[in-house]
Design a protein around this ligand. Structure first.
Ligand SMILES: Nc1ncnc2c1ncn2[C@@H]1O[C@H](COP(=O)(O)OP(=O)(O)O)[C@@H](O)[C@H]1O
Ligand code: SF4
Ligand SMILES: [Mg+2]
Length: 343
């Protein structure tokens, strides 16, 4: 599907068609709670080009969902506070838009799907009604056209017998089918960016693979930018173009997917790769990364990965490593990249 740049210009003035589709620039988000200030996102930085799939990867609690919610403009503030950085959509900083413009972007340009489709869909309305409402509200379609378009979309996400199922309620669908419904709703207004936050985590392995395949296919057909958020390095190898690895609220390594699997540059990436369950090693003990991520209320000086890192030396406790550029599309934040790469 070809995206009409002129139509976007009408949605939001100032968009630059040559700018990256999305650029998260030095984003900081903190939660001020009774237990202190948790620095959930601590200078996160990544970009997304049109038609590209970026995997945002890291252990639970590293700030992936908070980053995604900041991009979408759906963070609860308070307790969350965005204390710095920019979220540029084609060069326009979304953090500075009025709530009305923000809503337009959210509805028409950037969409998101979540792990839990049941809580994202409204339980008291049929799936067809919820979808048709989108077309009626945002596209001014008639009831009949909206219904027809909803059936087409459910067909596209391969819900069998879409025409018959359109009047069913969310709880009448299986977990996998519900996730397909949520994908259909997210795609209803033809977004340029889709953020999928752990979209298959709640599903069993076979269904996971089907949903991942469907997302990859839809991304290609529509030439969308897709941000795939996951804690599971095993699920993204076949679908992502690039990977950004997050640790303690920062991107610690960024690389094209075919380069990172064979040749990680950051000790954390290396440890994540070693923790992927392998079919050929069935029964053998899984290599779990020792230790825990730092408490976000008390991130230590120097490199946040230091307490868990086999490469650490005294300098790591004193100086936080900057982002080193290794190659055109590769960055890593580590003082000892050469050792990790073995060069
Ligand atoms: N509602 C909240 N109140 C306080 N702290 C929160 C809240 N939501 C998230 N956090 C903090 O932000 C951190 C990052 O959360 P999150 O982005 O959900 O992690 P991920 O998606 O990577 O698992 C959490 O470890 C927690 O410290
Ligand atoms: S900077 Fe030091 S502690 Fe941090 S990842 Fe590199 S070697 Fe490990
Ligand atoms: Mg999350």
């Amino acid at each position: 599907m070809v995206t009409d740049i002129q139509a976007q210009m009408d949605v939001l003035p100032g968009l630059d068609p040559r700018a990256p589709l999305l650029h998260v620039d030095d984003l900081h988000v903190e939660f001020r709670t009774r237990d202190g200030v948790a620095k959930a996102v601590n200078g996160a930085e990544f970009y997304l080009n049109p038609g590209e799939t970026l995997a945002l990867l890291g252990e639970s609690g590293c700030g992936k969902s908070v980053t995604a919610q900041a991009v979408m403009g759906i963070l609860d503030t308070p307790p969350a506070h965005i204390t710095g950085g920019r979220v540029l959509y084609r060069g326009v900083d979304l953090l500075r838009l009025t709530e009305e413009d923000r809503r337009k972007v959210r509805a028409n340009r950037i969409a998101m799907i979540f792990q839990d489709a049941l809580s994202a869909l409204n339980p008291v309305y049929s799936v067809g009604f919820q979808m048709a409402e989108l077309f009626r509200k945002h596209r001014g379609m008639s009831r009949k056209d909206a219904k027809q378009r909803s059936i087409e979309l459910l067909d596209q996400v391969r819900i069998p017998a879409a025409r018959e199922r359109i009047n069913d309620y969310p709880h009448q669908f299986s977990g996998g089918m519900r996730q397909r419904v949520m994908i259909a709703m997210a795609l209803a207004l033809d977004p340029e960016v889709l953020i999928a936050d752990e979209p298959t985590t709640a599903l069993d392995v076979t269904v996971q693979a089907q949903i991942m395949g469907l997302l990859a296919e839809l991304q290609r057909q529509r030439n969308m930018g897709l941000i795939l958020i996951t804690h599971d390095m095993g699920v993204v190898a076949d679908v992502a173009d690039r990977i950004s690895i997050m640790y303690a609220g920062k991107v610690v390594e960024e690389a094209p997917v075919h380069e990172i699997y064979g040749r990680p540059a950051h000790p954390y990436t290396k440890a994540l790769l070693e923790s992927i369950p392998r079919l050929d090693l069935k029964g053998r003990q899984l290599n779990v990364i020792p230790g825990l991520p730092p408490a976000l209320t008390d991130i230590p000086a120097g490199c946040p990965f230091r307490p868990r890192c086999g490469y650490a030396r005294p300098v790591c406790g004193q100086q936080e490593p900057p982002a080193y550029r290794i190659a055109q599309h590769r960055i890593a934040r580590c003082h000892f990249i050469r050792e990790v790469l073995g060069v």
